[in-house]
Design a protein around this ligand. Structure first.
Ligand SMILES: [Zn+2]
Length: 224
């Protein structure tokens, strides 16, 4: 029996790269995707995730979690909070940090996987070259994996293929996995713009990665 994998697909560049990593590792017939509707301001992400999964030929399930929106207080779910345009200006967490988000996502993803005998979760978190979210660290992921194994009596494995890759290396990996075409369907901009605003921290990180890799960002080619 082949191992099955569940990819947490946000509709962004990183999770899309992870989807192609999973296709390569587990095979197209054994990969599914899960997308969380957590009340993100930019609904375009959800459409992107569905389109990417369709393009890759894998199932996509959308699960609602409305608690983060009710909590408010961050720029990704609360429309009263503007995205700060500075990256790493000080040691404080950026106001795009949604506390608990990845922990909750992985827990629900594990529950979904458990019901379907899926033992592999794939997530696009990375601790390098990132916004400094503490729930993207390897240490956090390992702790969550231990908790899930104990709490669900499972052998779940959380794969983080991008954990130690820079944005540049992630772009090169996407190219090697044949994911560049799908990149045109991804959404990264914190301001929810299509074509992307080019100014927000997410847009700037993305642009730097493609620049350093010497590859034109397919999302810009399409929207140009
Ligand atoms: Zn942007």
């Amino acid at each position: 029996m082949n191992a099955k994998a569940l990819v947490v697909l946000s509709g962004g560049q990183d999770s899309t790269t992870c989807l192609y990593w999973a296709l390569d590792k587990f095979g197209a017939n054994f990969v599914q995707t899960l997308t969380f509707d957590y009340g993100q301001r930019h609904r375009v992400e959800l459409e992107c995730a569905a389109r990417i999964a369709k393009f890759a030929g894998v199932p996509n399930k959308m699960l609602p979690i409305d608690t983060f929106e009710a909590l408010g207080g961050n720029a990704l779910t609360d429309e009263r909070v503007d995205v700060h345009m500075d990256v790493g200006a000080d040691s404080d967490l950026p106001n795009t940090f949604v506390p608990g988000r990845n922990i909750v996502f992985l827990t629900f993803a594990a529950a979904y996987a458990w019901q379907r005998n899926i033992e592999h979760l794939v997530t696009g978190v990375a601790q390098t070259d990132y916004s400094g979210y503490p729930d993207c660290r390897q240490e956090t992921i390992e702790a969550v994996q231990s908790t899930l194994r104990l709490g669900m009596e499972s052998n779940i494995v959380i794969h983080t293929p991008l954990m130690y890759r820079s944005k540049k290396e992630t772009v090169l990996l996407a190219r090697d996995l044949g994911a560049l075409e799908a990149m045109a369907l991804t959404h990264t901009c914190y301001n929810g713009r299509r074509p992307p605003c080019g100014q927000c921290p997410a847009c700037r990180l993305r642009a730097r990665g493609f620049d350093q890799a010497g590859i034109k960002d397919p999302v810009l080619v399409i929207s140009a």
